[in-house]
Design a protein around this ligand. Structure first.
Ligand SMILES: Cc1cc2nc3c(=O)[nH]c(=O)nc-3n(C[C@H](O)[C@H](O)[C@H](O)COP(=O)(O)OP(=O)(O)OC[C@H]3O[C@@H](n4cnc5c(N)ncnc54)[C@H](O)[C@@H]3O)c2cc1C
Length: 648
């Protein structure tokens, strides 16, 4: 093969927890695996995860009786009945394996201390006797939207510990890692994906990687919200974008965007939910605990969508604390004490000191909600296979698998990366050996030439066109202020117009730096249109969904509408097409019937179609929308009615 054409068995685009865990499975099965990453894998965004990873081990007193059925129930309720319930079942059953596996790789999980322990629950100090026989077991902290304490944690550096441990396994297995590379398009013939075109960020050169199976594991796309996100600057959604470009693979539920209640004001750096889980609370400018009144049962530990909305409303009502950067609220963790903060919440201690110059044992922390997580992504079946294109898989935050529906519960993402990485990695390993790449080099060279041409045409533009950074900033403002926590039809329509204008501007933008090699401006320009197209799918999807569900909240349609919207949005938009095409598939087989989440509003429009009739349509309808057949039959992993043994 030419030096511009490389070959591997399994190409994994993304070196975060999901991608690395997936690659490990392929390598362990004897395949050649190659990981691409924008940055050295240990700098992937997974490293920033702080508070914990959900797994129903039931090891401490407040977790007693926990198990996968509880975890399933909480996850589906958290998703506001947007999740695929079979995927949620698989996830809840396998999460304990993932946590124990990480312990085996060396993650220093915080452990149960037998004997008397001091905790804070709903603002009150309580003493709990942890049984001595549990001493040394992996312990749990409380997180939002769960019935039991379930989040396993390594202080407030859970993602850091997990990613370093998993990356060490990648090194041990001898997996090829090509860092500082970027997949810029997929190689496919309309029915089968055979790799990706890659840009080397060190020198701007391009090469093709032909692969029997290709996995998108590129994380979320929070940066379409500009500065209003807790996500790293590398979370620009390029994986979702190159899948969308095919025009074949749909993205699922793009309008489902999570806002995290507590990010530091003004920087947007996350302050983990573990703070509230460990007993911290929110205060308005009058030092009033507004969440007690708003959600008497769960208080600060309702799900993120609910808490973020109450916070935003509190500030709209004029009860935010004024600052030169706009209003914020306070997070109070002073009562937890310095010892607790410098051990179990060490990273929060450091962040407060370094980014706002505050000591959280003495000072209040200024916080406000910010974009945090992308529930939407590349739509895949339960084996992780993308709809419509053989050989293409997606995993982790980049995928819409879909266990989060319209709201992800805190701690469920780290667990998803490892559970789905392992399971989908195994499916990829089964699929890859049956594929021959011999006849496909022509399409690879065509795709290579198209990618190079795109870069040349950016460099060839001249004149005084708009700057790509102004377009990026304008996109962020539109997304936060018109496609944010509260949405209305009028503002969403404005957002669509503004994003359309920015797409036009992007076609006329001119680079200030014309260097074809190491040129960050060119690298970003090559991503910008894809980001705008993703933003457009979010805005249009939100405008079309005339109901409120989870994090998608329409003030003009405030009720969840199970009669008309028990479905998942799919959007396709080929690179050469002027408009996206939307369609809707059933959410999946529904075992837990739609009901009240246990927090937030109990008002909704009830489903009128009998569940049995709905469920009978799922297989055929999803197939019609591009779902590929799975190795095990649809519904085979559901444990029908098992939730009844734990449901309150
Ligand atoms: C601040 C913060 C704290 C969080 N805390 C928690 C928590 O406590 N618990 C929890 O469950 N979840 C948490 N989350 C969410 C969770 O961390 C992420 O959802 C998860 O780690 C995503 O993992 P991933 O492997 O899918 O993607 P990432 O870790 O984001 O990795 C993406 C990878 O893709 C690469 N990449 C991207 N585009 C390309 C491309 N085009 N070509 C090549 N490579 C590419 C990147 O270099 C990177 O290696 C947190 C998120 C944030 C932002």
């Amino acid at each position: 093969m030419s030096s511009r054409l490389e070959e591997t068995d399994v190409l994994v685009i993304g070196g975060g927890l999901a991608g690395e865990r997936c690659a490990m499975e392929a390598a362990a099965a004897g395949h050649r695996a190659m990981i691409l990453s924008l940055v050295p894998p240990r700098r992937s965004h997974s490293c920033a995860a702080q508070g914990g990873m959900q797994a129903a081990l039931g090891n401490c007193v407040k977790a007693e009786g926990d198990g996968p059925d509880w975890h399933f129930l909480d996850t589906v309720r958290g998703s506001d009945w947007g999740a695929d319930q079979e995927v949620a079942t698989i996830f809840a059953e396998e999460a304990p394996i993932a946590v124990r596996e990480l312990a085996h790789y060396g993650v220093p999980w915080t452990r149960v201390r037998g004997g008397k322990n001091k905790y804070f629950i709903k603002g009150q100090e309580v003493e709990i006797d942890e049984p001595l026989e549990n001493d040394g077991l992996i312990t749990h902290r409380d997180f939002g939207g769960t019935a039991k304490w379930r989040a396993c944690y390594a202080a407030a550096g859970t993602g850091h510990a997990a990613l370093y441990a998993v990356d060490s396994e990648v090194v041990r297995l001898g997996i090829t890692v090509r860092d500082r590379t970027e997949a810029v398009s997929l190689i496919h013939d309309g029915t089968r994906c055979t790799g990706a075109i890659v840009r080397d960020l060190r020198d701007g050169s391009y090469f093709a990687v032909m692969a029997r199976a290709t996995v998108i594991a590129t994380g979320g796309y929070g940066r379409i919200y500009g500065q209003y996100t807790s996500n790293a600057v590398i979370n620009e959604g390029t994986g979702a974008s190159i899948a969308l470009d095919t025009g074949i693979v749909p993205l699922g539920n793009m309008e489902a965007v999570q806002f995290h209640p507590t990010t530091l004001s003004p920087s947007g750096i996350l302050v983990t939910e573990g703070c509230r889980g460990d007993g911290g609370y929110l205060l308005d400018k009058n030092m009033n605990r507004f969440m007690v009144e708003a959600e008497p049962e769960k208080q600060e530990l309702a799900s993120r969508d609910v808490v973020s909305r109450h916070m935003a409303q509190c500030m709209r009502d004029g009860n935010g604390v004024d600052s030169p950067y706009g209003p914020h609220l306070w997070l109070d963790i002073r009562h937890l004490g310095e010892e607790h903060l410098r051990t179990k919440l060490l990273e929060v201690w450091d962040i407060c000191r370094d980014f706002v110059g505050r000591n959280p044992a003495k000072d209040l922390i200024p916080v406000r909600p910010t974009q945090h997580y992308s529930m939407g992504g590349v739509r895949v079946n339960k084996d992780g296979q993308a709809y419509g294109l053989l050989g293409l898989y997606a995993v982790g935050e980049a995928a819409c698998w879909d266990m989060h529906g319209f709201n992800r519960l805190g701690g469920n993402s780290l667990a998803e990366t490892l559970v789905s990485g392992r399971l989908i990695g195994a499916r990829v390993a089964e699929y890859a050996p049956g594929v021959s790449l011999r006849s496909d080099t022509g399409i690879a060279f065509d795709a290579l030439e198209a990618a190079e041409q795109k870069a040349r045409s950016w460099l060839a533009r001249s004149g005084n066109g708009p700057s790509i950074y102004e377009i990026r900033d304008a996109m962020g403002e539109t997304m936060m202020h018109k496609v944010g926590i509260f949405r209305t039809g009028t503002e969403l329509a404005e957002a669509v117009l503004e994003l359309g204008q920015l797409l036009d501007d992007c076609d006329n933008a001119v680079l200030r730096c014309k260097d074809p090699g190491v040129n960050p401006e060119l690298a970003f320009a090559l991503r910008l249109k894809g980001m705008l197209r993703l933003a457009m799918t979010v805005a249009k999807g939100a405008a079309a969904r005339t109901e409120s569900r989870g994090a998608h909240y329409r003030t003009d349609f405030p009720l969840r509408n199970d009669r008309d919207w028990m479905n998942r949005t799919l959007v396709r938009w080929g690179a050469e097409e002027s408009e996206p095409t939307f369609s809707y598939e059933p959410t999946g087989i529904v075992d837990l019937p739609p009901g009240h989440r246990g927090y937030g509003s109990d008002e909704r429009i009830e489903m009128t179609e009998p569940l049995e009739a709905y469920n009978e349509t799922v297989h055929a309808e999803q197939s019609r929308h591009g779902r590929l057949e799975t190795v095990e039959a649809m519904g085979s992993r559901l444990r029908r009615g098992a939730w009844q043994s734990v449901s309150r």
